[in-house]
Design a protein around this ligand. Structure first.
Ligand code: ADE
Ligand code: ZN
Length: 326
């Protein structure tokens, strides 16, 4: 059996996926036409050619511009539905999706429109494809703590549809400590917490996410290897890292796939998982991420099995639901 089929056959959970990052250029053009939004690109190919990033910020600028074509509930439904079909084809049995409400509410789209469209697709996929899900609301860290708190307040009427809050967008200069108050409030409401940390930012941001935001997982976290005491703590606590290999290469966290530290993380005994982050922008869905690492680092089948198993264990599924996939 070839590696691609082996990888697709492993039951996997996807734990780091921005739904806005699954907007493929074809759908972007379709929605632009539907809403009569002018695009600075003449074709799908020209848009794809613009996906040449130098760092996280150069990506985020294009990603937020792209999200501007998402306007009504049907758009969010179609976006989520398309992602779920890809995930299902890749052998994803459970997905925990990030959404960025501020990307939409800041331009006048109602929170209700966003969450209803996403949720309808999730419920439908559960029935049709058997994929289970959780929804994670992310705050944009380049915006103020007050804006994050206002977003949490908007979300509270939908409390039962949301499992956790997270933190994404421009990492450098926006440490987790900026969001202690809103994360405290989220935890008081019974929400779990996660945060992007140690992607471009220093290991100290991972420590802050653990100590101040009380996260259940670290999103990315690849820079943890620069701090030995931190690595030992992450191993001891079996704190999951949601690593996104193709993203890291596209955003120049590592120069080439061959330079990725995934095997180093695994060999230290960390609970590493593999995820796609923003698959429409980074060149592949979750199976492509496993495959890229398998090829670049010659991952063994045992290592691939471990990664898939970690993803189930690191998910927010209850242990009884996890056992069905282990
Ligand atoms: N938003 C979407 N993808 C992201 C990433 N990789 N890091 C931070 N914010 C993001
Ligand atoms: Zn991310």
């Amino acid at each position: 059996q070839d590696a691609a089929s082996f990888i697709r056959g492993l039951p996997k959970a996807e734990l780091h996926l921005h739904i806005e990052g699954s907007l493929e250029p074809e759908m972007l053009f379709e929605l632009a036409a539907k809403h009569r939004v002018a695009l600075p690109y003449t074709s799908v190919e020209a848009l794809r050619d613009a996906y040449a990033f130098s760092d996280l910020q150069s990506f985020l600028d294009i990603y937020y511009a792209g999200a501007n074509v998402l306007r009504d509930e049907e758009d969010f439904y179609a976006l989520t539905r398309a992602y779920l079909l890809h995930a299902h084809a890749d052998g994803v049995v459970h997905t925990e999706i990030f959404f960025d409400p501020q990307t939409h509410t800041e331009r006048g789209i109602a929170f209700d429109t966003v969450i209803r469209g996403i949720r309808r697709a999730l419920l439908e996929a559960q029935l049709e494809l058997g994929i289970t899900h959780r929804l994670i609301l992310c705050f944009l860290r380049h915006l103020s703590a007050e804006s994050a708190m206002a977003t949490l307040r908007q979300a509270l009427p939908y409390r039962d549809w949301i499992t956790a809050v997270g933190l994404d967008s421009s990492e450098r200069g926006h440490p987790p400590s900026k969001f202690v108050t809103v994360f405290d409030r989220a935890r008081a409401e019974g929400l779990l917490t996660v945060a992007h940390a140690g992607e471009e930012g220093p290991p100290a941001y991972i420590v802050e996410a653990l100590d101040l935001l009380h996260v259940s997982r670290i999103d990315h976290g690849v820079r943890c290897l620069e701090d030995e005491a931190l690595v030992q703590r992450l191993v001891r606590e079996q704190m999951p890292l949601t690593v996104c290999p193709l993203s890291n290469v596209m955003l120049k966290v590592f120069a080439r796939a061959e330079d990725h530290n995934l095997r180093g993380l695994l060999q230290r005994g960390l609970c590493v998982t593999v995820n796609s982050d923003d698959p429409a922008y980074f060149g592949g869905y979750v199976a492509e991420n496993y495959l890229a690492m398998q090829r670049a680092l010659q991952l063994t089948r045992a290592e691939l099995i471990q990664l898939a198993r970690n993803s189930i264990l690191a998910s927010f599924l209850h242990s009884s639901e996890q056992s069905r996939h282990l």
